[in-house]
Design a protein around this ligand. Structure first.
Ligand code: S3P
Length: 171
């Protein structure tokens, strides 16, 4: 089975944008887990958080991730919290190369703006929320990653090229 390329990392790291470009370039199918959730639920991630709370969202997210078990040769963009549950990591790792798209807090803040459609950053102080969550999660992202790419000073196209170079060794 050809391995999937699984993009992980914090909100605003560019997982969806890079994923779509990358899939186009290597002519493989693309799957965005958050988009799958929204399609399946018929509501936005924001609404899922509001109605079902974060815990409810995580359950739906795990269910969607479990479905990727049968996939091969996909580029998969995950939500920023997808690797927090060990069962999600196990499912995605079973046939996936984990590429951690890293970005520093300043860049994330700039890319995300006011927090907008991201429930976890909808706070009076989004920057503080970014700092706290990054601190909690950074070690986890690095620990599960096969490849780490710092995207802070790069355009999406440049990140795509770096991912392509890096995954050559794995595929
Ligand atoms: C989340 C990230 C979001 C989305 C949800 C939770 C997180 O995805 O899954 O709001 O816990 O980091 P993006 O990383 O694509 O913004």
């Amino acid at each position: 089975m050809e391995k999937n390329i699984v993009l992980i990392g914090f909100m605003g790291a560019g997982k969806s944008t890079v994923g779509r470009f990358l899939a186009e370039k290597i002519k493989e199918p693309f799957m965005d887990i958050d988009a799958e959730i929204e399609k399946k639920e018929g509501r936005s991630i924001f609404e899922v958080f509001e109605t079902d709370s974060e815990e409810g969202f995580r359950k739906i997210e795990s269910r969607e991730i479990e479905k990727t078990l049968n996939l091969s040769g996909y580029v998969i963009a995950c939500g920023g919290g997808a690797v927090l549950r060990p069962e999600n990591v196990a499912a995605l790792k079973s046939n996936g190369i984990f590429v951690y798209l890293k970005a520093d807090a300043n860049v994330i803040e700039e890319r995300i703006g006011e927090g907008g459609r991201r429930p976890l950053l909808k706070s009076t102080n989004p920057r503080q929320a970014i700092d706290e969550l990054l601190r909690e999660r950074e070690a986890k992202y690095s620990q599960v990653a096969d490849v780490i790419i710092d995207t802070s000073d790069l355009e999406a196209e440049q990140v795509v090229d770096k991912v392509m170079d890096a995954i050559d060794a794995y595929r």
